[in-house]
Design a protein around this ligand. Structure first.
Ligand code: NAP
Length: 290
């Protein structure tokens, strides 16, 4: 098992046999508007990725669907040869259409193609962790994941994938996946104001499985709450810092992948996530999403 010492807030977590900093980075915001096409500021995007590494972050979340291919290519260009400690997490199960939509693509041939596209665009021979993205833009949808998940298990057996996870999944789908093969993480929407998965997070924590919230800062519509602003003002911190610190304190199995296209925001988020929230502040924040 790899070891890693870090001064980043939250310390580390081990995904299967891969130790990562709990403070990671989500690369989706590096693509152009609507996650389509290249970024307006290409050099700026490359600078953000290099800063991710300089700050000691060892977990980057991406997907060939971002751009499409754009964020993977930026990661490849900015960071190859990759530091040994870096683990890049990808997801498959949706593609992009000409309107920027995210139609599901979960037939066995779609998934094989997506895994190879991620390998190629990232310049890797093995993907450390692949999440099967389920549901749709409205969120998780019920239904069996057996066929697509078994396809990924087969690609794992072939040596193309180290570890598996699921994303945008219901609790039933998480259980179904686990009955087929081990998973090391669940990546679902969750933040201070959106608490659908509270119970699932606690169950996964007991099982040693990571929970990786997407949209930790609210995604395309940043978190806004008078209670959050009040706590932040009292602590002389930004609402974003408080939202990230709250997630780190919420459960030890929560890993952060906040997105940003700004070096300044990235530094601010790393510095801010280390805030220590008192029981009183936690109780106040807890009311936002309950
Ligand atoms: N599995 C899935 O289905 C799925 C879906 C969505 C996302 N994801 C993953 O989750 C990651 C995180 O989600 P996300 O990036 O969409 O949403 P997010 O992390 O909740 O929020 C990102 C937004 O917050 C802004 N921001 C970040 N730090 C800030 C700061 N300090 N001050 C002010 N604004 C700040 C960013 O703008 P700036 O660029 O201006 O900083 C960006 O607009 C993605 O990168 C992606 O890897 C997965």
């Amino acid at each position: 098992m790899s070891t890693l010492s870090t001064s980043l807030p939250g310390g580390t977590w081990t995904l299967g046999d891969l130790t990562v900093t709990r403070f990671g980075y989500g690369a989706m915001q590096l693509a152009g508007p609507g996650v389509m096409g290249p970024p307006a500021d290409r050099d700026g995007a490359l600078a953000v990725l290099r800063e991710v590494i300089d700050l000691g972050i060892t977990h980057i979340d991406t997907a060939a669907a971002y751009g499409p291919r754009v964020t993977n290519q930026l990661i490849h260009e900015a960071l190859r040869p990759y530091p040994e400690s870096l683990h890049i997490v990808t997801k498959v199960g949706a593609i992009r259409d000409e309107h920027g939509g995210w139609p599901p693509a979960r037939q066995p041939e779609d998934l094989r193609r997506a895994v190879h596209e991620n390998l190629e665009t990232l310049g890797l021979e093995v993907l450390d962790l692949v999440n099967l993205r389920l549901g749709n833009a409205q969120g998780p949808q019920p239904g069996s994941l057996a066929e697509p998940f078994e396809t990924l298990v087969e690609l794992q057996r072939q040596g193309l994938i180290r570890h598996l996870g699921v994303s945008n999944a219901t609790a039933e789908q998480v259980a179904e996946a686990r009955a087929i093969a081990p998973i090391v993480c669940v990546q679902n929407m969750y933040n201070l104001a959106y608490r659908q998965d509270d119970e699932l997070i606690d169950e996964l924590a007991e099982e040693g499985i990571a929970y990786v919230p997407f949209f930790p800062l609210g995604g395309f519509s940043p978190l806004q709450s008078s209670a959050l602003s009040a706590v932040a003002a009292r602590l002389d911190a930004t609402p974003m810092s408080v939202a990230l610190a709250w997630l780190l304190q919420r459960s030890p199995n929560i890993l952060l992948i906040p997105g940003t296209s700004s070096v300044a925001h990235l530094r601010e988020n790393v510095a801010g996530a280390g805030l220590s929230l008192s029981d009183e502040e936690l109780a106040e924040l807890d009311k936002i999403g309950r």
